[in-house]
Design a protein around this ligand. Structure first.
Ligand code: ATP
Ligand code: MG
Length: 276
């Protein structure tokens, strides 16, 4: 007989996109399972807020939370898929041998294990967990996870996508401009709404296939900046384009070249910053 618990764990360094991926996964699974379930719900649990300084209270709260989730799953004759997101699950699933002289932490881990076993029989509950402290997770908790997937920080392709999305937004709102349309090697025409031709950064496969020999194109420059940024967190990358403009450019609107030079400078700075 197949044995599964309906628990997924994504772990990896801070800002690698674990929480974002869990939310996307919940949405995707709900859509994929639309033949079995008529709808879906996402319950986001703030693990820190569940903890109480009163002895035994945290475990009680956790138990109550799972009771509520079970009730929710039974509503509408069990036709809804209930996805529960435990962000930073190490707060609740700390290895019991590490809980030392804090017996309450051990009770919380025990309670979580019991609760996960109890909901195992419910086919319409999916538990999604994230952690950036994989090493402190309880072994019995890991045994209950059907999927344990490491999510590393963004590679060159993902970094390019993050930067391109930010820069395209800045282009849309006119904070950055392509000064000369001759410089634009990729143009997206929004035919349905008859907007003027809007230059944009293309997706990474376009950069690799169509532009790899044109070293001077903005998209190629961005591709090289993305390569230089590997090692930074996705969260950090997302704020760099705007920060680069405010820090290293002085006139609005900035040309794409100015924006890219500023971004390159900031990325280089961030890479040599000592990690705390
Ligand atoms: N590979 C990626 N591609 C696109 N965006 C990413 C990627 N990784 C991170 N991000 C972006 O970084 C930001 C932070 O992501 P998120 O909060 O999901 O990270 P996290 O892994 O949960 O971080 P933490 O461990 O600190 O909780 C989000 O805006 C997300 O869109
Ligand atoms: Mg997170």
């Amino acid at each position: 007989m197949l044995n599964h618990n309906g628990v997924v764990l994504l772990h990896g360094p801070p800002g690698s996109g674990k929480t974002t991926l869990c939310k996307a996964l919940a949405q995707k699974v709900t859509i994929r399972q639309s033949k079995s379930f008529t709808g879906g719900r996402l319950v986001e649990v703030n693990c820190q807020e569940l903890l109480s300084r009163w002895f035994g209270e945290s475990a009680k709260r956790l138990s109550k939370l799972f009771d509520d989730i079970a009730t929710m799953a039974e509503e509408d004759d069990g036709e809804n898929l209930v996805c529960v997101l435990f962000d930073e699950v190490e707060t609740l699933a700390r290895a019991r041998e590490l809980t030392g002289d804090t017996p309450d932490a051990m009770r919380v881990t025990n309670q979580l294990l019991t609760c996960l076993s109890n909901i195992k029989e419910k086919p319409n509950i999916l538990v999604l967990c994230t952690s950036n402290l994989f090493g402190v997770l309880d072994k019995a908790f890991l045994d209950r996870c059907d999927v344990v997937q490491e999510i590393p920080g963004p590679g060159q392709g993902a970094a390019y996508v993050i930067f391109a999305q930010c820069l395209n937004t800045l282009l849309d709102i006119g904070q950055v401009v392509f000064p000369d349309l001759c410089d634009v090697h990729y143009v997206e025409n929004c035919g349905s709404c008859k907007r003027r031709l809007q230059p944009r950064f293309p997706n990474p496969s376009e950069v690799r296939v169509r532009f790899r020999d044109l070293l001077s194109t903005p998209q190629n420059y961005l591709w090289r900046i993305a390569e230089a940024s590997v090692g930074l967190s996705g969260r950090n990358m997302r704020r760099l384009p705007v920060q680069a403009l405010t820090k290293y450019t002085y006139i609005t609107p900035r040309t794409v070249q100015e924006a890219l030079s500023a971004l390159h400078r900031l990325v280089t700075e961030e890479k040599i910053k000592p990690t705390l």
